[in-house]
Write a new protein. Structure first.
Length: 199
């Protein structure tokens, strides 16, 4: 009587103890002869592989969650996460109610109006400062390149964007050096001259 075949297809005859791969048919219909296996031989397919959990976790370290946390997932009750979610939902609701009460009383409205009046000018100044800084850095990098220094790819990208920065400054009313345009500068210069003449 033959036992179950192993992963490699070897069958052991229980009466004689001989091992062999039985006859089989190929896809084209021809027969493959039975192959005797010498005693003691174990093909690689039948060798049990030792699995080191630590090494396995190290190999899979970037692919999954925290190493060793797989066993903990089953132990934790599902209610703990939902309890935390409920608590957070209650906090959010309380914040929404408090905000609605503040708006209903009209205390928050004047503060918002003041912000809207100050914001556009402050935002413009902030953007101009930022653009001037980027433009200055780009000019320094361009000089470095012209003197023979090597630039990194991101530094080259900064140099390439110089014209775009100048256009943005122009749209905000500043020249290529980051100074106010001649029309605005002329008005500002005219005022001090009048004050000097009057004194």
């Amino acid at each position: 009587m033959a036992a179950q075949p192993t992963a490699s297809g070897i069958v052991t005859d229980e009466t004689s103890g001989e091992r062999h791969i039985p006859e089989s048919r190929r896809a084209d219909g021809s027969t493959r002869k039975a192959i005797k296996i010498r005693p003691g031989y174990r093909p690689p397919e039948d060798v049990e592989v030792y699995k080191n959990r630590t090494a396995e976790n190290f190999r899979n370290r970037g692919k999954g969650p925290i190493p060793g946390a797989e066993g903990l997932k089953d132990d934790k009750p599902a209610q703990s996460s939902s309890a935390a979610a409920n608590k957070n939902a209650k906090r959010r609701e309380a914040r929404k109610k408090a905000k609605a009460n503040d708006e209903g009383q009209g205390e928050a409205a004047p503060a918002e109006e003041v912000k809207e009046e100050v914001d556009p000018e402050a935002e413009k100044e902030k953007k101009v400062r930022n653009l001037k800084k980027k433009l200055r850095q780009a000019k320094e990098l361009k000089e470095k390149k012209e003197t023979g220094g090597e630039l990194l790819p991101e530094q080259i990208a900064k140099v390439i964007k110089m014209n775009e920065l100048i256009r943005e400054l122009d749209a905000l009313g500043f020249d290529a050096e980051g100074e106010p345009k001649a029309e605005e500068a002329g008005v500002e210069e005219a005022k001090p001259e009048k004050t000097e003449a009057s004194s």
